[in-house]
Design a binder for this molecule. Structure first.
Ligand code: AHR
Length: 662
């Protein structure tokens, strides 16, 4: 027996306010609108907030090769420790020689602090490894590794110890897997020289054994699972501003990220000094998580890889004098980098870079289709350089879709200058960025309705609602407004082909920028409210847009629409209509859903209703309570839905089956 919506779903409905308004949303089912791209809702990673080193890249030792500008950053040393620079890895030449102090009670030792400590869990395995040799004149030496609770925290006691012998005068890698007897989020690694013989140590590393897909030297599993659970359509990497670098010498150089990690040269991370109030002078890029790993993880989470290359400009915020950039007639090596990148991703194994990819473990091409050229660039200095890239890329790789930039702002002088230029140059997509307050998100419900349909498509490559009045942190209300804004992306899927929230990751002890999609400490992670909003969209993209209007107009938070935003899609594979309604107002709203243009045998059957709501608008999920605010799905159980009662401050999603429709 069929029940009405209000009785069947009373358990999940919120109180209907006396001020509720009546609305009618008509979903035009006569014909499908534009296809929604499979790339539509994706992810964007940048090594900011200790996202790569200290985050996704699961290495637990900081400055493992002693190649930071100050060789002992991250380390404390005692006794007789000397830094030498003729080590086995020419691009990371430093190593340390540990020699006896000559006194029984004066230890020669190293202590690594990790990234805000070293997190280990009870009964989990960790792989400790290092390169070592004993100097000429000696045959072997002994060391003892310990994991210990820092003296400053508690008693300083080691809880795990392992002694090892190093033998021979040639460099060799040593490795042991140890099991932690306890959980400690902020342990330290200690290495003591035992006995009188000296030893040389290099690339001292500690990884969890249990990484994503169990890979040695791999990625943090809980964070990768969060990415995979998004089912993202695309994956933009590696930044952001780090693509540009403070100067060209510190730009992200993808070629330096190839080959064995031991010999990937260190790069400065500009986020260590960008904000004086969030100053992290120990933040560098080891490139342990490099382009090969980014392509591989994109493939593994089912996302189109979307690399971004430097266009010959340093970060224009930091350095915009002509001499800070590559002269236009000297751009060739930069353009060649882009061409070589395509070869690395897609070339067969007989090509130079295709062969390197195969040697790294992936003979099959990665099938890259998109390339971002430049990040948040602006001005004629960008346009003139981009044109050179486009010219050559079109000639040699017409199959690659080129993404240009509309600058750092969502509107204004640079934006107005760049969009026509992007059309003239005929890039395929334009990367728009908007970190904006609530008022902006509320006012942009129609942003793409009138965009030129003949020009490049839109990639909303970085965006997030940054609460005004000091509320620049993750909270439910910001995510609700993002959800409202995203109805506009969805309704305009003919022109908006991709969208990625930013930034992706943040370590609670080491962030520079917030809000962010996923937070973590050394052992735990939490998905923010914005994550769940992104996920509701990413899991419910459908295949085609359906026109959904009230009196001929979309619900886009306009006057008379009482804070309602809406979009609808058809999923041709599942034969489902998915209607998303966001009510940002303070009162519940009744929305009558009408499906126009259906044939007699096409009856929409309500499948389920998902609601996302928090009574506390300024709350978010936390490490201690990671599922405090998560979407609630209620199966329809045969209920019919005529009037959707959308509670105040709620993202509601209604899914209907229409079995006989195409
Ligand atoms: O996401 C943080 C920064 O914001 C990115 O690096 C940059 O592109 C933007 O300005």
């Amino acid at each position: 027996m069929r029940k009405t919506f209000l009785t069947a779903l009373a358990g999940m409905a919120f109180a209907i306010s006396a001020n509720a308004q009546n609305h009618e949303l008509t979903v035009d089912m006569k014909k499908n609108g534009a296809p929604v791209q499979e790339t539509m809702y994706g992810l964007f990673i940048e090594d900011i907030n200790y996202a790569a080193d200290g985050g996704l890249y699961a290495e637990l030792v900081k400055n493992r090769s002693f190649d930071f500008p100050y060789a002992f950053t991250g380390w404390k040393v005692a006794g007789n420790v000397e830094v030498r620079n003729d080590g086995p890895f020419d691009r990371n030449p430093n190593y340390v020689r540990l020699s006896s102090s000559g006194h029984r009670d004066k230890w020669t030792a190293l202590l690594n602090e990790g990234f805000f400590g070293i997190g280990v869990e009870k009964d989990k395995e960790y792989r400790f490894s290092f390169y070592a040799r004993v100097p000429e004149g000696y045959q072997n030496a002994r060391i003892r590794m310990e994991l210990a609770i820092p003296v400053t925290n508690r008693e300083g006691q080691d809880f795990l110890a392992h002694e090892m012998t190093v033998s021979g005068n040639e460099w060799k890698q040593y490795e042991v897997v140890v099991k932690s007897p306890l959980t400690e989020p902020k342990a330290e690694l200690r290495i003591f020289l035992l006995g009188n013989n000296p030893v040389d140590l290099e690339h001292i590393s500690l990884f969890p054994v249990d990484t994503w897909k169990g890979r040695k030297g791999g990625l943090r599993k809980d964070l990768m699972e969060a990415l995979a659970d998004m089912k993202p359509g695309c994956f933009r990497f590696p930044g952001g501003c780090i693509v540009e670098g403070t100067d060209l010498a510190t730009r992200y150089n993808w070629k330096n990220t190839l080959g064995p990690v031991e010999n990937r040269p260190l790069n400065e991370n500009r986020w260590h000094y960008t904000f004086r109030y969030r100053f992290f002078p120990d933040y560098f890029q080891t490139y342990g998580l490099g382009f090969y790993e980014y392509f591989l993880l994109s493939e593994e989470i089912g996302a189109e890889p979307l690399p971004v290359v430097n266009v010959g400009l340093s970060c224009q915020y930091q350095n915009n004098s002509e001499h800070a950039h590559v002269a236009v007639d000297e751009l060739d090596p930069y353009i060649q980098d882009a061409i070589d990148l395509i070869e690395f991703a897609n070339g067969d194994t007989t090509t130079v870079y295709g062969k390197i990819r195969a040697q790294m473990g992936h003979p099959e091409p990665f099938n890259m289709k998109f390339l971002g050229v430049g990040n948040e660039q602006w001005g004629p200095e960008y346009v003139v350089r981009l044109e050179k890239f486009v010219e050559r890329l079109r000639k040699e790789h017409p199959e690659i879709e080129i993404i240009g930039s509309s600058g750092p702002n969502s509107e204004g002088r640079d934006f107005d200058y760049l969009w026509p230029e992007m059309k003239r140059i005929q890039v395929d997509l334009v990367d728009e960025h908007f970190y904006r307050p609530e008022s902006w998100f509320l006012s942009q419900g129609n942003r793409y309705d009138n965009y030129d349909r003949k020009g490049p498509k839109v990639f909303a490559g970085e965006y997030a609602c940054h609460g005004a009045n000091g509320r620049k942190w993750n909270h439910f209300n910001a995510s609700l407004l993002e959800a409202a804004f995203m109805t506009n992306l969805e309704r305009n899927a003919d022109i908006v082909h991709m969208a990625t929230y930013a930034p992706l990751f943040a370590h609670v002890d080491g962030w520079q920028w917030r809000p962010d999609l996923i937070w973590y400490d050394n052992l735990r992670s939490v998905r923010s409210c914005s994550y769940y909003v992104q996920q509701m969209y990413a899991h419910n993209t459908g295949t085609h847009v359906l026109k959904a209007t009230e009196m001929g107009k979309p619900l886009a938070g306009n006057e008379g629409q009482d804070g309602l935003f809406a979009s609808a899609v058809w999923d041709a594979n599942k034969k489902e209509v998915i209607v998303k309604v966001i009510n940002v107002s303070d009162v519940a709203q009744d929305v009558k859903l009408t499906f126009a243009g259906l044939k007699k045998n096409q009856t929409p059957e309500l499948v389920d209703i998902t609601t996302y709501h928090s009574d506390d608008l300024y709350a978010d999920n936390t490490l201690d309570n990671p599922t405090a605010i998560v979407p609630q799905v209620k199966a329809a159980e045969g209920a019919a839905l005529e009037v959707a009662n959308v509670p105040a401050k709620t993202f509601a999603m209604y899914r209907f089956k229409v079995a006989n429709r195409k």
